[in-house]
Design a protein around this ligand. Structure first.
Ligand code: NAP
Length: 242
């Protein structure tokens, strides 16, 4: 189960050792990264569909290395593996912790973030939340938004009336993030607590510039985490002889 930089690292390892493996991603972007394994693109049809897929393809191990906010597919994977004898190995990267000098406002989810923003008077808000939930910010017709997206936004611009788009794909570096936030005179950043290194530059940049971050907390996922570091997971796969 992919869609993250860590899943790509795992795919590279499996390809290098010549493991019989399939990489699965949801197919949300038009220009996905190249994967050195056979791929399955698109949904399976819920936990039942995934169960059939695992059975039909004689899958013995399922490595769930999806994004920490991809709750549905992780829970489907846990149910499907329980239905079968497939071993589930779940990776979830560590979340970020607030550091001295950070100014975080915590929000339970995107809906709560939109509601809170509607009651505030920020002038230029930077959305680093990814493309999938951008349409929810359309409710903020009074707020000027700058949204970072990985590819050209659709013609309706996600229904965002007052938005500018920055098309870019991580990893990002701090100096570029500082320049970007200064260029747009950003006074608030909205971020998911995704964790990882590639997206952390914005947190460092916000600290340097004294910009507050509305930090969306992770959903609770009903499946235990086995690994938080890719190196540990790869060692485990090596021990298993996968
Ligand atoms: P989600 O809410 O957990 O999943 C929704 C549905 O999309 C799933 O039920 C499944 O459809 C399909 N799906 C999701 N991941 C899939 C995969 N790896 N392979 C095949 N089907 C998959 O997921 P999401 O939040 O929409 O995220 C979709 C993908 O984008 C994930 O792979 C995730 O790693 C990546 N991503 C998500 C975020 C984020 O913030 N959510 C950020 C960066 C990357 P069926 O029920 O039909 O099987």
């Amino acid at each position: 189960m992919g869609g993250t930089s860590e899943a790509n690292q795992i795919a590279k390892y499996l390809a290098t050792i010549g493991a019989a493996a399939i990489y699965s991603y949801a197919g949300r972007t038009l220009s996905p990264r190249e994967i050195p394994l056979p791929v399955h693109v698109g949904g399976f049809g819920g936990a039942a569909g995934l169960t059939c897929f695992l059975e039909d393809n004689n899958i013995t191990h399922l490595v769930d290395a999806t994004h920490p906010f991809a709750k549905q597919i992780s829970e489907n994977a846990a149910i499907a593996c329980k239905n079968l004898v497939t071993v589930l190995i779940r990776f979830e990267r560590k979340s970020w912790d607030e550091q001295e000098g950070d100014d975080w406002i915590l929000s339970a989810n995107i809906d709560a973030a939109v509601q809170w923003l509607g009651s505030q008077k920020f002038k230029q808000v930077f959305l680093a939340t990814g493309m999938q939930s951008l349409n929810k910010f359309a409710a903020l017709s009074e707020t000027s938004l700058v949204a970072r997206v990985v590819e050209q936004p659709p013609a309706d611009s996600f229904g965002l009336a007052n938005a500018a788009f920055e098309i870019a794909r991580g990893p990002f570096i701090v100096d570029d993030e500082i320049a970007l936030f200064e260029k747009h005179r950003i006074d608030l950043i909205v971020s998911k607590n995704s964790g990882g290194k590639g997206a952390y530059a914005k947190i460092n940049a916000a600290r340097t510039l004294g910009i507050p971050i509305l930090m969306i907390e992770r959903p609770v996922i009903n499946a235990p985490v086995d690994f938080q570091y890719v190196s540990d997971l790869l060692n485990h796969l090596e021990c298993l002889g996968v």
